[in-house]
Write a protein that binds this ligand. Structure first.
Ligand code: AMP
Ligand code: MG
Length: 412
């Protein structure tokens, strides 16, 4: 077991182990796969546009019409949904055409309705017509047979537009991670159980972890609260092993207290403890283990901000590796305020990216203690300063990670 390692080393350990447990690929109907990560590239079945068509409601004209200011009889009409053969049967040199309708072979340009005077089914064009105008060429958006979304990309609704139009019905994605969450602590009261009694507080970590894991695209299969005893904790570990989960996150009971039973329980069931304690603030007592059945186990310290930050940086990292997402890269933004920090320990700060005259800047918020949750309401991300850095001044460039790791596309 590694003790008191750097943030970077901890992320490396997680990566190395998660790499060996990459989630199986499965084929899923396109619209059901949003939020999942592609395990194989998607290939366009059709070209987009699949045939040359009009980009405007207006008139399709032949080459004879270009450069003429005569009035032309309008012979026929081509509508969206007409076949290419029907379009071909309509004769030029001028015919009405609707947006999306196929263009006959004699057509060289579309003139939009707004630029045409129509009188008694004769059309006069108000402006010189440029060959090729308002025509969408076959394959000009996407070519058939092309890789249009590569493996490692997380599917978002916008992708569905492009994939659906090019005839992709199913995608091959990593299956959704199956996870368990658990809060520990005798002092905790579940939200739904009424007002906390003397010495009690609401359990906020469990609703948070459940919501966060769902937001990260996981199926939360187990969600429990357990008391601060070795038996309760080992009982929980046996139950999650029965469920063959990919990953389990618990909060609390990983520090130095007499009732911190996570580590002894992991040892009792024969788990491999990979590391315990990371040189960072908040969330130093973070523990990472592998259960005997291969499930990854994160024991997060119970302070609400420790749980939140460790989920964002460590649990999310493991989930990304399990689904072969590319390594996340921070934004580099200039600081608004000074940050005091000793070297030798990484800090993860509740932060807010703000608009400034010269673009975006980032502010470390007031209230950085790990029990202080109010700044979580005002933040939109985190500043991470590695253990190699000391104090920072306003204007310095720092690493900023958006609160939602999926908020910026994975190609950012
Ligand atoms: P622990 O890591 O168990 O020593 O807990 C550290 C601090 O976090 C204590 O003040 C706990 O009361 C608090 N805490 C632990 N778990 C939770 C939870 N699920 N919800 C809210 N606060 C918690
Ligand atoms: Mg506790």
């Amino acid at each position: 077991m590694l003790n008191m390692i750097s943030m970077e080393a901890a992320l490396g350990e997680i990566q190395a182990i998660a790499e060996t447990r990459v989630l199986k690929a499965e084929s899923r109907p396109l619209q059901q796969a949003v939020g999942q990560v592609l395990a194989e590239p998607s290939i366009a079945a059709l070209a987009i546009p699949p045939f040359r068509n009009s980009a405007r409601d207006g008139f399709i004209v032949s080459a004879d019409v270009l450069g003429s200011d005569e009035s032309w009889p309008v012979i026929g009409e081509i509508r969206a949904g007409d076949t290419l053969e029907q379009a071909e049967d309509v004769k030029g040199p001028v015919a009405r055409i609707m947006t999306g309708a196929p263009i006959p072979s004699w057509g060289v340009a579309v003139v939009m309705l707004e630029h045409v005077e129509v009188d008694n089914e004769h059309a006069r064009f108000q402006q010189p017509i440029e060959a090729g105008s308002w025509m969408r060429e076959q394959g000009s958006d996407i070519a058939a047979g092309q890789v249009i979304l590569s493996a490692g990309r997380r599917l978002i609704a916008e992708h569905v537009q492009a994939l659906a139009s090019s005839g992709v019905t199913d995608v091959v994605v990593h299956r959704r991670p199956r996870v368990g969450v658990c809060s520990t602590g005798e002092e905790l009261v579940a939200l739904e159980s009424g007002i906390p009694g003397s010495g009690q507080i609401y359990d906020s970590n469990r609703p948070f972890m459940q919501a966060q894991m769902q937001a990260y695209g996981c199926d939360v299969v187990v969600s429990e609260h357990v008391g601060d005893t070795l038996d309760a904790m080992t009982g929980f570990l046996h139950r999650v092993m029965d469920e063959s989960l990919d990953l389990v996150v618990s909060s609390g009971a990983v520090s130095m207290g007499r009732y911190d039973f996570v580590k002894p329980a992991l040892e009792a069931v024969g788990a491999e403890i990979v590391f315990h304690k990371v040189m960072q603030k908040p969330g130093k007592p973070l523990l990472f283990a592998v259960l005997p059945n291969g499930t990854l186990y994160f024991g997060l310290p119970g302070n609400p901000v420790s749980t939140t930050a460790n989920c964002r940086f460590y649990v999310h990292h493991a989930l990304a590796v399990l689904q072969q997402k590319p390594m996340e890269k921070p934004l580099k933004l200039r600081l608004e305020n000074d940050i005091e920090k000793p070297e030798g320990i990484a800090v993860i700060l509740k932060a807010r990216c703000v608009r400034a005259k010269d673009g975006l800047r980032v502010q470390a918020l007031e209230g950085q203690e790990s029990f202080q949750t109010k700044p979580l309401l005002d933040m939109n991300g985190w500043i991470v300063l590695s253990e190699h850095l000391g104090s920072m001044q306003a204007g310095d460039l720092v690493s900023f990670y958006p609160a939602n790791p999926n908020g910026l596309p994975d190609i950012f």
